[in-house]
Design a protein around this ligand. Sequence first.
Ligand code: ADP
Length: 635
Amino acid sequence: MSQVREFKTESKQLLNLMINSIYTHKEIFLRELISNASDAIDKYHFLSLQDDSLKSDEDYKIEIELSKDDKTITIKDTGIGMTEEELVENLGTIAKSGTKSFLEKLKENSENINLDIIGQFGVGFYSAFMVSSKVVVKTKSPFSKDGFVWESSGEETYSIEKIDKKEHGTEITLYLRENSEEDEQYDQYVEEYKIKELVKKYSDYVRYPIMMEVTKQVPKEDKKDEYESITEVETLNSMIPIWKKSKAEITDEDLNQFYQYQFHDYEDPIKSIHMNVEGVLNYNALIFIPKKAPYDLYSEKYEKGLQLYSKGVFIMDKCKELVPDYLRFIKGLVDSPDLSLNISREMLQHSKQLNKIASNLEKKIKNELERMLKNNREDYIEFYKTYGVNIKYGVYDQFGAKKDLLKDLILFTSSKTKELTTLKEYVERMNEDQEFIYYASGQSIDQLDKLPQMELLKDKDYEVLYFTDDIDEFAIKMLMQYDEKKFKNITQGDLNLESKEEKKELEEKEKTYKKLLKYIKDSLKDKVSEVKLSSRLKDSAVCLVSKDDVSFEMEKVLSVMPGANQNIKAQRVLEINPNHQLFQALEALFEKDKKQIKQYADLLYSQALLIEGFKLEDPIEFSNKMCELMIKSSK
Ligand code: ADP
């Protein structure tokens, strides 16, 4: 007796999408079904290694049968099959969280969604409904005495019925839809050449033979120039995993295809690296850098790692030992015959081979990135805009253990060109008398470019590197120097850029205005550690600089870290431009009405804070004082 059941809500949504989608790559249904078949055989094989009741020396295969008369295509496997409960669980609901989140996204944004992104999520079995009006699944699990048939036309319901099936495995028959003019020629999927083409394109490296009966024209034995058609079973796939092939055998297109399929992306990677290593250590590796960073790259849930295989057999999905933290965005796989199949997580950590492979991969990736920077700067910049933060983190992490490896891969924006530049390029361009590599740290290039502290450096024609990522200053502190040139923050300490005469002149002025400066300092109390005349300001009236140890940006970053120590503060020095009109106004006021200086001091300090991107402790008071002053000046 057939039992009719209803699909779960999410499944209905997905099916609806599959049936009505204008998705352009309907042909991927075959890849999805073959991949399920191959997984099912893997599962059977793994279980047979532990369970004596399952025969393991089976002749594993996937067969495809085409019927032009019925317009059907059938995919059979000798895998694990499904029990009745599994049929309900696996084909009646959506188990995969990726597909669920895809549907969520779709709901949020149903109009603008590009349906090509379906490919990204590998929607699996339901993709059969993109080309079929009915799907029939006959299956038997070795753990169930009966076989079952599941049937659905992809609407609200499906049915399940017991059938007589002896061998374990699954057989899926697709009843192809009628051709439609605007849409798709569905009957192409019963053509042998088309299926051959699709298997080669998407499933060539599947480990089990994909077999199909094909018709061939062969010359007749006795008569020349006459042909007869014969049918024979052919294995359509080469079964060699793409990563085992030699470089000459695979094209970039092959690698891109493989990447998109294996790692559920809908765009080509920025970079593919293919390694075949033989010697003391033997392994094949494929490394990909995705064009877009995974959306959860910086969340705690994100798991870094490469897939691990031994002799083409899958061991695990995310082997994290193969990837340093700062490269957590890479995808790919490693296949090594030197690794044992039933290696445990714990053993992996101590595996010498694995550590060696990991360090080889790291070096190779670094070299490839360097080459990209040298030969293909545009690509590198695209890479760097997405992943630069990670590389800088790599310089900083582990107390700078990787800083020498990575120092030539980091870029910063130049104050002169506003383009990204390497430290090497900066040093090559340094002025003859220039001692330091100058940098400024803040929220945006625009803000930094307008900093009062930049005035002197622009005046003297020094290039400054603009830091806008939180990690930047920390990475540079770890690096300490580049090519024996130390780094110097232009908003910290003394820059010592003035000439002897200028220095002397300033010292004179400091003496002359000692009282005024002291008065300002006293009225600001502990807010600043010093008030002094500035040698770095040209047009602006005031600025705030910090003393040499902790900088303002570091203070900001550290203060928002979890468990932050709020006592780590940059020491504030208020610098006043002695050549600014405002200073003359202060001077005059000091003679006339000392008390007012207090108010001015507060306002100056608040302005300097705002310029540095700090919040004011009391913005209302600031506003009131400004108003008072405006009223006064209008009288
Ligand atoms: P995925 O394969 O990515 O998990 P699918 O929607 O393609 O998602 O399939 C859902 C589940 O159905 C699979 O996880 C598997 O348990 C089961 N399944 C699909 N095809 C087969 C098959 N040929 N043999 C056995 N089980 C299968």
